[in-house]
Design a protein around this ligand. Structure first.
Ligand SMILES: NC(=O)c1ccc[n+]([C@@H]2O[C@H](COP(=O)([O-])OP(=O)(O)OC[C@H]3O[C@@H](n4cnc5c(N)ncnc54)[C@H](O)[C@@H]3O)[C@@H](O)[C@H]2O)c1
Length: 257
């Protein structure tokens, strides 16, 4: 490991578990100051303790529900005060509702899902932007391969991830001259609580997880830190000419037509 994010500040939403926690670990290992935002304060505080012990970076927890735009504004202002700057925002918090046929998806459910998966990312980007302009920082939106491939019985979720990808491209155009880069990461299947909770709703969770693993050419899902390392690339000068892109981190899942 190097110190590729030394003394720089990253905000990760939904960082207490899963992919967000993987990002937090990778940035902390590279010397970063990590703002862990989540609704789950038990898991969030325990991650911060783990990161502070492991170092070499530092971490702090903020309880923040990304569907509440006032709370996002308050939290981001607080992070900037505490850490003195913001270099990267990773809009990772997201939920995947159980499989629901399109015709049974209510507009109320659609709206609640968009409040978390999309409005949250939009609002956080708005609040972080004045700080990111000062550091010529980056925004990373955790989209999904469902944004480009679709997913059965998941019209609401897939559309929310598509909206994140479109936001990524529009913002990259608007913010390029200010030196702020905006990219999206599109994972296929990652071994996280979200994935395991979904499998637990099925008759045979273990074989469902195996089927999902087999979708990738490697015969396995990604580990959260593998997504975190792609985010680190997108947050550093290693990717200085990359903006507006949806990076498909999918282990070959869309190959072999
Ligand atoms: N796991 C996958 O295979 C996969 C694939 C593609 C995209 N993604 C995307 O990656 C992101 C993270 O997924 P994951 O699998 O790590 O999920 P996860 O459920 O394992 O973890 C998500 C974290 O977000 C937090 N969270 C949920 N709602 C929140 C809210 N309103 N405000 C703040 N925090 C909130 C949860 O408490 C949890 O800590 C999501 O946006 C998801 O859509 C996941």
């Amino acid at each position: 490991m190097g110190m590729r994010f030394k003394d720089r500040v990253v905000i990760v939403t939904g960082a207490a578990k899963g992919i967000g926690a993987g990002c937090a670990r990778v940035f902390c290992q590279e010397g970063g100051l990590v703002a862990v935002l989540d609704v789950d304060d038990t898991a969030g505080k325990s991650l911060v303790e783990e990161l502070s012990t492991a170092g070499p970076g530092r971490a702090a927890f903020w309880k923040c529900d990304v569907s509440d735009d006032h709370r996002i504004a308050e939290t981001i202002a607080d992070v900037a005060r505490e850490f003195g700057r913001i270099d990267c925002l990773i809009n990772n918090a997201g939920v995947h509702p159980p499989a629901t046929p399109f015709e049974e998806t209510s507009l109320d459910d659609l709206e609640s899902l968009f409040r978390i998966n999309f409005f949250g990312a939009f609002a956080a980007a708005q609040c972080a932007l004045p700080h990111l302009k000062q550091t010529r920082g980056t925004i990373i939106n955790m989209s999904s391969m469902t944004a480009v491939l679709g997913q059965d019985q998941s019209a609401a979720y897939s559309s929310s991830k598509g909206a994140q990808l479109s936001l990524t491209k529009a913002l990259a155009v608007e913010l390029g001259r200010e030196g702020v880069r905006v990219n999206a990461v599109l994972p296929s299947n990652v071994d996280t609580p979200l994935m395991r909770d979904w499998a637990a709703t099925l008759d045979d969770p273990e074989s469902a997880l195996q089927r999902v693993a087999d979708l990738q050419v490697f015969g396995r899902m990604a580990q959260p830190e593998e997504i975190g390392r792609v985010c680190l690339f997108l947050a550093t000068e290693d990717s200085s000419f990359v903006t507006g892109q949806g990076i498909e981190v999918e282990g070959g899942a869309s190959l072999d037509y």
